[in-house]
Design a protein around this ligand. Structure first.
Ligand SMILES: Nc1ncnc2c1ncn2[C@@H]1O[C@H](COP(=O)(O)OP(=O)(O)OP(=O)(O)O)[C@@H](O)[C@H]1O
Ligand SMILES: [Mg+2]
Length: 206
């Protein structure tokens, strides 16, 4: 059910001495299979993520590889708590301390979400077409109240340059960019939060 062939790269210098940023143990996410009819009884389970364990260290890149439908997206979405885990633990090292993402309520998760960001495979559907690039990239900073005033535009400019776009692109709308540039807008939006880790589903699809 899950890719056996994973690989992990990274400079590794921090691996022996420090705690992992992410320590996932025996994570399961099962989807119920419901019967037809009025009562919609659960008649089985799709074991999309079945006892998955891995560790992720600072400066490390971890790839999940496997055939279509084997559970890669389900695993990452469960780690990010976009899906409720069925069982298992997701220990996450935040700047404020270690938490188990699997046990937190939505309310408790809210201040932690800024530390984990997702980059979408289809940037066009995830970028609001009515917002300028400047608004899109700065929005998470404003939502989480992480910067004010000129600091916001300074960080947006810095991030656009970092992902290979230009500060003058701030006034433009997503439709005026190429597919690859749009993906960079999404990357800028994720990285401006200075997250502890970033998840890219279908990283090699665009
Ligand atoms: N919300 C859901 N309800 C029921 N079953 C689901 C749900 N989401 C995913 N599944 C099932 O879980 C399994 C894993 O799906 P998942 O999307 O995680 O695969 P994947 O490895 O990301 O595949 P791909 O490489 O095609 O993106 C599949 O059998 C899928 O049909
Ligand atoms: Mg997938």
């Amino acid at each position: 059910m899950f890719p056996r062939s994973g690989y992990s790269t990274g400079n590794g210098y921090a691996m022996k001495n420090s705690k992992p940023i992410l320590d996932v143990k025996d994570l399961c996410k099962f989807f119920p299979i419901k019967s037809q009819g009025f009562f919609r009884k659960t008649i089985g389970w799709i074991r999309a993520t079945d006892h998955v364990s891995f560790k992720l260290y600072r400066n490390e890149i971890l790839g999940l590889v496997g055939e279509s439908g084997c559970g890669k997206s389900t695993t990452t979405r469960t780690v990010l708590r976009a899906l409720e885990p069925t069982s298992g633990s997701i220990l996450f090292q935040t700047p404020e301390g270690r938490v188990d993402l699997a046990n937190l309520t939505d309310r408790e998760l809210r201040p932690i979400r800024k530390y984990m960001q997702m980059i979408f495979q289809d940037p066009f559907s995830s970028l609001n077409p009515r917002m300028t690039v400047g608004e899109i990239v700065s929005e998470p900073l404003k939502i989480h109240n992480l910067a004010q005033g000129t600091e916001i535009s300074r960080r947006v400019d810095e991030m656009l340059l970092k992902v290979g776009l230009k500060p003058e692109h701030k006034q433009r709308y997503p439709h005026a960019f190429s597919g690859g540039q749009r993906q960079r807008i999404g990357i800028a939006r994720a990285l401006i939060m200075r997250p502890q880790f970033v998840v890219a589903d279908e990283a090699v699809s665009a």
